[in-house]
Structure formats: structure tokens, C-alpha cells
Unconditional design. Structure first.
Length: 218
């Protein structure tokens, strides 16, 4: 039986967090084996959902997050990963710092025509909560780029806008879920820190959404 998009994303996040746990614990992680394993999962998912725009967008977000984390973390496979980014092998490009936000904008814009409860935008939102920055990684250089892309000037504003869209998608009754409950092994300190950080970020976003909405009306 095919996994739903939510199930696939949750499982992928769990695997990625487990790798981060291992790297930060000083364990030896082979970048070639890791790249092959993650790329294989992505390839299988794409083949099972051929020409499905929702899956393609969500998978791109996951690949972008993976590459950025593997390139930003201080670990032995960092140099190798720089020459073998998953975006290049999967999508034939290396433009995720901008393309990630372009796709997120398209997903948010098309939300009205999608099925209620569609979670594609939430994948982008969660990837940012888990560390993806892209064009926002260098604030002094991002101003002109964000203007060109038509996205908010700061990552906080981008998250607030995404949270607003997600809240609208749930009918405004409750904020979109702020973190994912990951199955499997008992989470260690690193994973608990990530989950609690996302909870704190979610609470901050609820306040930001109100400010952002008032700004739009002024």
C-alpha cells in the first residue's frame, strides 16, 4: 500500500533527524551510504507518484533541507556532500536557495484550488522550522533577492505568512500543527531540543500572524 504524503514526509524527517543525532553525537556517518539511502527513498517516492505536482513540490523541499543541513553541519562528509548534492542528482539543478521559496509561493497561491487539508505548504513550513534558510542565510545579501522573488524580507516574516495560510486552511479554528510527533526510538536530547524549539517557534508565529495580518490591513 502506498504511503500518504504526510506519512512519507514524517518518516523522512524522522530519518533525517536520526542522522543529525548521530553526527552531533560524534558517530561515524558515511556520506556516500547516506546519500544513496536518502536518494533511493526519494527516487522510489517519485516513481510511485509520477507527475504528481504535490509530491514533486514536497520532495523538492525535503531535498533542499537535506542538502543545506548536510552542508552547514560540521562533519566529515561535508566536503563530499558539496560535490554530490541531492538536488543535482534528483532534479538536475542547484538553485534551491531561491527555488524553495518560489515553489512555496506557488503552493500557497494554488491552495484555493487544492483539496481541503492539503499539507504541501506545511512541508515547506516545517523544513524552515527544522533549519532551511536558503536566501535568508546571509541577511545582508538577501534584501534584493527577496524583493526579486516577491517574498517577505525576513525569515520570521516568511514563517508568519506561511502560518497564516496554514491557519486559513484549517478554518481558523486552531493553528496549524507546530511540530510532528515522530515514532520509532525514544528521542534523545538533540531531538527533544528540536521539537521544543519548533513548539516555541510555533507559539511565536501565532503572535507574528496577528501582527502580519494587521500590517496587511493598514
Amino acid at each position: 500500500m502506498k504511503k500518504s504524503l504526510d506519512q512519507f514526509v514524517d518518516d523522512y524527517f524522522e530519518s533525517l533527524l536520526a542522522v543529525i543525532d548521530a553526527i552531533q553525537a560524534g558517530e561515524s556517518v558515511d556520506p556516500v551510504s547516506l546519500n544513496d539511502a536518502l536518494t533511493g527513498r526519494i527516487k522510489t517516492a517519485r516513481q510511485s507518484h509520477f507527475h504528481d505536482a504535490d509530491w514533486e513540490s514536497a520532495i523538492y523541499a525535503l531535498v533542499a533541507l537535506t542538502d543545506e543541513l548536510m552542508l552547514d553541519m560540521p562533519w566529515s562528509g561535508r566536503v563530499w556532500w558539496n560535490d554530490h548534492v541531492m538536488e543535482a542528482s534528483t532534479f538536475g539543478s542547484r538553485i534551491c536557495s531561491e527555488r524553495f521559496y518560489q515553489l512555496a509561493t506557488e503552493v500557497a497561491r494554488d491552495a484555493a484550488s487544492r483539496a481541503p487539508g492539503n499539507n504541501v505548504l506545511r512541508v515547506f513550513h516545517d523544513c524552515v522550522l527544522l533549519g532551511f534558510r536558503g536566501v535568508y542565510s546571509v541577511p545582508e545579501l538577501s534584501t534584493s533577492t527577496t524583493k526579486e522573488l516577491g517574498i517577505p524580507p525576513t525569515i520570521e516574516d516568511w514563517l508568519a505568512k506561511a502560518q497564516m495560510h496554514l491557519s486559513e486552511d484549517t478554518g481558523g479554528d486552531r493553528p496549524a500543527r507546530q511540530h510532528r510527533q515522530l515514532g520509532g526510538a525514544t528521542p534523545n536530547t538533540t531531538r527533544r531540543n528540536i521539537v521544543w524549539w519548533t513548539v516555541a517557534a510555533g507559539l511565536m508565529l501565532i503572535a507574528n500572524v496577528a501582527v502580519f495580518s494587521l500590517t496587511l490591513r493598514s
